[in-house]
Design a protein around this ligand. Structure first.
Ligand code: XMP
Length: 327
C-alpha cells in the first residue's frame, strides 16, 4: 500500500468492473501485509466511503476488524437497520451498534445556532466512538474512509465539516485503502464488492444528518416529522426514477406553525419544505424541475401521513442566494 498522499499521474481512472477488481485484489494484499494478525477499528457511518472500507477490510482480515456504528439519532429512516443488515447479517462483520440517540438529543436540547449544533454533534460523536474504542482490547489500527478529495481539500483530514473526526490521543496507526480514489471510483469499487445500490449510489448526506434539517432547536416530535417526510420524499423519488436524475433531495421542517384544517377541525401545525437541487460541485446549485402531479402526490402523502404537519412548501431558490441546506 502506498503511503503517499499523491495520486500518481499514471494511475488509471477506475471506471470498469475489471479495473475495480484489480484495485480490490491489490488492496486486499496490501491490507493483509499492513495489518498482519493485528486488530483494526472502523467508524462505520453507512455512507459510501466507510462502507467500502468496511467491505474491503472484511474481505481482507475478517473478524480482525471491528466496526462501530454510532446512531446519533439524526439518521434517516431505515439507515441503522441497513448498516446492521448489510454488515452484521450479510457480511458477518464484528459490528458494535451504539444507539446514542438520547445522549445527542439531550445535549442538543434548546440549542438554536447551526454551528453550535454541528459542534455538539461532532464533539459528542468523537466521545462516543472513543468510549467504544477504549472498551476493546488490542486494537492496533484505525481504518478511515478518507478519499482523494478529502486530501486535496482538507490536508488529509476526513471530510472537513463531516461528523467523524477521530480521537487523537488513541494511538492507532491509520489504514486508508481508498485515499487515492475519487468518489465515482469509490462507487465502482463498492458495486464490485457487492454493496447494495442504495448504499453505493446514495445522494450526499451531511454528517450532522437530519439535525440541520430540523431548523433551530431540535425537538423529538419535529425531528420525527423531518424523518418521516424525508422517507416519503425518497420513496416517491425512487418510484419515479428521480433518484437517478436529481443530485440531492430532502425535506426540512422549520420551527414555525400555521393554521390548517383537517376533518372540519382547525389545526396549528408545522410546514414541510421540499428541497431538490442539481449541482456539479455543490458550490452553486439549481432547483430541480419537478412535475406538478408528482408534487401534488407528495403533498398529499406528507399531509396525511406525517404527524404534526398541515402544509407543504417547495423551495425554488438557487445557490446562491440560498445554501442547499437550511442551516
Ligand atoms: P450547503 O448547504 O453549504 O451544502 O450549500 C453543500 C453540500 O454540503 C453538504 N453539507 C454538509 N456535509 N457536514 C457535511 O458532511 C455538514 O455540516 C454539511 N453542511 C452541508 C450539503 O448536504 C450539500 O450537499
Amino acid at each position: 500500500m502506498t503511503n503517499s498522499n499523491v495520486r500518481p499521474e499514471t494511475m488509471q481512472r477506475i471506471n470498469t468492473p475489471a479495473l475495480a477488481e484489480a484495485f480490490i485484489e491489490e488492496q486486499l494484499a496490501a491490507l493483509r501485509e499492513q495489518i498482519g494478525d493485528k486488530k483494526v477499528l472502523l467508524a462505520l457511518s453507512g455512507g459510501v466511503d466507510s462502507s467500502v472500507v468496511a467491505a474491503l477490510l472484511i474481505r481482507a482480515v475478517g473478524k480482525q476488524l471491528t466496526c462501530v456504528h454510532v446512531n446519533h439519532g439524526l439518521l434517516r429512516k431505515g439507515e441503522p437497520e441497513q448498516v446492521i443488515e448489510v454488515f452484521r447479517e450479510k457480511m458477518k462483520a464484528n459490528l458494535v451498534y451504539v444507539d446514542a440517540t438520547d445522549r445527542f438529543l439531550d445535549k442538543l436540547a434548546g440549542v438554536c445556532d447551526p454551528e453550535q449544533k454541528r459542534k455538539i454533534i461532532g464533539g459528542e460523536f468523537i466521545r462516543v466512538f472513543e468510549e467504544e474504542a477504549r472498551k476493546l482490547d488490542g486494537i492496533a489500527f484505525l481504518a478511515q474512509g478518507t478519499i482523494y478529495p478529502d486530501i486535496l481539500e482538507s490536508h488529509g483530514v476526513k471530510a472537513h465539516h463531516n461528523v467523524g473526526g477521530l480521537p487523537e490521543d488513541l494511538n492507532f496507526e491509520l489504514v486508508e485503502p481508498i485515499k487515492l480514489l475519487y468518489k465515482d471510483e469509490v462507487r465502482v469499487v463498492g458495486k464490485q464488492l457487492g454493496l447494495p445500490d442504495s448504499m453505493v449510489f446514495r445522494q450526499p448526506f451531511p454528517g450532522p444528518g437530519l439535525g440541520v434539517r430540523c431548523v433551530g432547536a431540535i425537538t423529538r416530535d419535529r425531528l420525527e416529522a423531518v424523518r418521516e417526510s424525508d422517507a416519503i420524499l425518497r420513496e416517491e423519488f425512487a418510484k419515479h426514477g428521480l433518484d437517478e436524475k436529481v443530485w440531492q433531495y430532502f425535506t426540512v421542517v422549520p420551527d414555525v406553525k400555521s393554521t390548517g384544517i383537517t376533518d372540519g377541525k382547525r389545526t396549528w401545525d408545522w410546514p414541510v419544505i421540499i428541497r431538490a437541487v442539481n449541482t456539479v460541485d455543490a458550490v452553486t446549485a439549481e432547483p430541480a424541475e419537478l412535475n406538478f402531479t408528482f408534487l401534488q402526490k407528495v403533498v398529499r402523502r406528507i399531509t396525511t401521513e406525517v404527524k404534526g404537519v398541515n402544509r407543504v412548501l417547495w423551495d425554488l431558490t438557487p445557490k446562491p442566494s440560498a445554501t442547499i441546506e437550511w442551516e
